[in-house]
Design a protein around this ligand. Structure first.
Ligand SMILES: [Zn+2]
Ligand SMILES: [Zn+2]
Length: 340
């Protein structure tokens, strides 16, 4: 078979169409991945709705990719056919620009994003730069773990680099696709975890995921509740509402950090809260392929799992709508060829 099916976005705000294309040969420095599964992330809206400047259409989105290498391009060292791999948001780095040379690979000036700069994982095969590929452990299921390549990586990597120490109070704001993973990672890292979400009904879930305290932000003041615990060293904000983020800043401990992982249009903060508590606000880029490997290995070892709704690849439009509805519990995953 020399052709493959991919789900492409023909142009901004257009429905996905499944088309046949020749299976591409991997150019030098890249590998071809036979895709097993691909998560449907909210960031895929950047492609679907035409929100990423300069994007070339048609484009195949997808940056929560799991699969198997089935061809290796010239000059690639360390990767072989049949290796299980994942590909995430970071689409590789050049290792030559000033940012790369300073070790800030995430800020590479070539700035390649999987499924945006080049075609991603909504298809039977994709080509990935070797520097974007992560080893995928045998213990994990490729479809169950696909969301760990973005939602998992983002929360795991942000938390482990947050400066919080075991035993510290760490709050996770929002219990959706990112937050349900954030609570699990925070608990497994040994933090005292506070789950914050809207409504009393989310409390059992928060506790099941590992939160020892739950704050209903509709009936309680989250900042006041955090201060009762001595303040949070870190609040990881996974929501997309700026006001919800602003409301927790006063609950940070002195020198505490609001870690911004969700992307509201704007964020208003009290400078006084920042100055007098020496508090800070920090964004966190998801991570590189080695961070993905660490995320996967940690998840396999500790039992952190993404809760998913799975759709066969052919139902891509339905899967995307489900993700965008915000009602999915909690991540949406496309599977190729009946993968489990
Ligand atoms: Zn993503
Ligand atoms: Zn670079």
């Amino acid at each position: 078979m020399n052709t493959m099916r991919v789900a492409q976005v023909p142009g901004p705000k257009r429905a996905f169409e499944i088309v046949e294309r020749p299976i591409p040969e991997p150019p030098p420095g890249t590998v071809r991945v036979k895709v097993t599964a691909c998560g449907v992330c909210h960031s895929d809206a950047l492609v679907k709705e035409g929100l990423w400047p300069g994007i070339q259409y048609p484009r195949v989105p997808g940056h929560e990719v799991t699969g198997t290498i089935d061809a290796v391009g010239a000059g690639v060292i360390g990767w072989t056919r049949s290796q299980r791999v994942g590909v995430g948001w970071n689409g590789g780095y050049c290792a030559r620009c000033d940012n790369c040379r300073r070790g800030n690979l995430f800020a590479c000036e070539t700035h390649q994003v999987t499924g945006i700069s080049f075609d991603g994982g909504y298809g039977e095969y994709m080509i990935a730069p070797a520097s974007a590929v992560a080893r995928f452990p045998d213990e994990l299921s490729p479809s169950a773990a696909a969301p760990l390549m973005c939602a998992g990586l983002t929360t795991f990597n942000a938390l482990r680099n947050s400066g919080a120490r075991p035993g510290d109070v760490v709050a996770v704001l929002g219990l959706g696709g990112l937050g349900h993973l954030g609570v699990q990672y925070a608990a497994k890292m040994g933090f005292k975890v506070v789950g914050i979400a809207r409504g009393k009904d989310k409390e059992p879930l928060a506790r099941q995921l590992g939160a020892s305290i739950y704050v209903d932000s509709q009936s309680q003041d989250p900042a006041a509740e955090l201060l009762k615990l001595g303040g949070a060293s870190v609040v990881i904000a996974t929501v997309t509402a700026g006001a919800a983020m602003s409301a927790v800043v006063g609950g940070l401990a002195p020198n505490g950090t609001l870690l911004v992982a969700g992307a509201p249009e704007s964020l208003e903060l009290s400078p006084v809260a920042l100055i007098f508590g020496q508090r800070s606000v920090k964004g966190w880029y998801s991570g590189m392929s080695i961070d993905s490997e660490d995320t996967l290995a940690f998840s396999a070892r500790t039992g952190v799992q993404s809760m998913n709704e799975t759709f066969p690849f052919e139902r891509v439009n339905e899967a995307y709508e489900r993700m965008m509805s915000g009602k999915a519990r909690f991540r949406v995953v496309l599977t190729m060829g009946g993968a489990k």
